[in-house]
Design a protein around this ligand. Structure first.
Ligand code: ADP
Length: 370
């Protein structure tokens, strides 16, 4: 059992860098929380403060309701898995996994039992007598996880644990860690810069930028209701299309204008723009690639939201195609079903799914309506 509470946590490094600003988060017992953001946004610093490897400049860290700011790392009941594994190359797999328990003077029989159980969970029982040097990257990663599991910690912290693995193995290990979480039923806090990893693994995702939390949400809500342009473009590949458009009132309708093209907004979004005084102003229109359609049924359904442009590039991905085009110097990408009668240079008609348009303030880049 472990819940965590981070209250107004700051980290100022000597020399003046404020790596983490006013970080507030409640983590429930058994939750899988992922901290994600570009390099340098303060993810590792946050994780290291939770582990006790980095001093908290100000704020409070509570584990199961108990203030632990001044508790030594070894007494926090937390295990950390790093990207470089930090295994002892001259020891066997068994010795590596047993090492921490030995230091803690755990009885021999108990050590053996726990290592074997962890090895069984990770399916590395047959490797226990091997030397670390004789293992592949994926096997080493399992040993590193095993070493954390045997300690039976209340909380697992993982700092980019898969970043040294090749793409295929990374995908496999991603699934394994999700399974591991289900089996162990412990709290996991996981750091990555990879949004796909975050989206597939986390039950809740904390998006960070420049030391500040941007948004904390489930993957689905993050995808559908980003709070600002940064989150909107950080989550999802290819990233959300963004264009500067002008808001116009035409009779009862509210339109977004891009050059000679207009997108008529559904009533709910139109009302929000009007209420907050955006008529005749410039805003940012966001639309995900999969919400720009070329199929006749959508062209009909969104006939007030049509744009046309010659195709710049087509990427055939098998199950889908990415089609790139440019309107008013803004490049767009659309994710459509693969078709064979589509050629670069052809003028193509697309419908913007106006129900799925996100509108951001041009200056603050905060969401106006999703
Ligand atoms: P992330 O894990 O998101 O890549 P970090 O937490 O490692 O980011 O770093 C956040 C910021 O703090 C960066 O600007 C980084 O340069 C700075 N930083 C990290 N560690 C130290 C340190 N030991 N001393 C000074 N600045 C540091």
């Amino acid at each position: 059992m472990a819940s965590l509470k981070l209250k107004n946590i700051y980290k100022k490094y000597p020399g003046g860098v404020t790596a983490v600003n006013d970080f507030n988060l409640d983590i429930q017992d058994k939750e899988f929380v992922v901290l994600v953001g570009p390099s340098g946004c303060g993810k590792s610093t946050t994780l290291r403060m939770i582990a006790g490897l980095e001093e908290i400049t100000s704020g409070e860290l509570l584990i199961d309701g108990k203030l632990v700011n001044d508790i030594a790392p070894k007494d926090r009941d937390i295990a950390m898995v790093f990207q470089n594994y930090a295994l002892y190359p001259h020891m066997t797999v068994f010795e590596n996994m047993a090492f921490g328990l030995k230091l803690r003077k755990t009885p021999k029989g108990e050590i053996k039992k726990r290592v074997q159980e962890a090895a069984r969970i990770l399916e590395i029982e047959h490797l226990l007598d091997r030397s670390i040097k004789a293992l592949s990257g994926g096997q080493r990663q399992r040993v590193a996880l095993g070493r954390a599991i045997v300690r039976e910690p209340k909380v697992f912290l993982m700092d980019e644990p898969l970043s040294n693995l090749d793409a295929k193995l990374r995908a496999t290990m991603r699934t394994e860690i999700i399974r591991l979480h289900q089996r162990l039923q412990t709290t996991i806090i996981y750091v990555t810069h990879d949004q796909t990893e975050a989206m597939t693994m986390g039950s809740r995702i904390v998006v960070m930028k420049d030391g500040y939390i941007q948004q904390v949400e489930s993957p689905q809500v993050l995808y559908e209701k980003p709070v600002n342009k940064f989150v909107a473009q950080f989550i999802g590949t290819p990233q959300m299309n963004i264009a500067e458009v002008r808001v116009e009132k035409s009779g009862e309708d509210v339109l977004l204008r891009l050059g000679r093209w207009t997108v008529k907004l559904p009533k709910r979004k139109a009302e929000v723009l009007e209420r907050y005084g955006y008529i005749d102003k410039t805003v940012l229109m966001g639309i995900r690639p999969e919400h720009i359609h070329d199929e006749p049924v959508y062209i009909e359904q969104f006939k007030d939201c049509i744009i046309e442009a010659p195709i710049d590039v087509i990427e055939l991905l098998g199950s889908e195609s990415l089609v790139y085009f440019t309107i008013e110097d803004v490049s767009f990408v659309s994710r459509i079903k693969p078709r064979h009668n589509l050629y670069v240079g052809d003028v193509q008609r697309f419908a913007i799914n106006s129900e799925r348009v996100h509108i951001f303030d041009k200056d603050t880049e905060n969401i106006i309506t999703n």
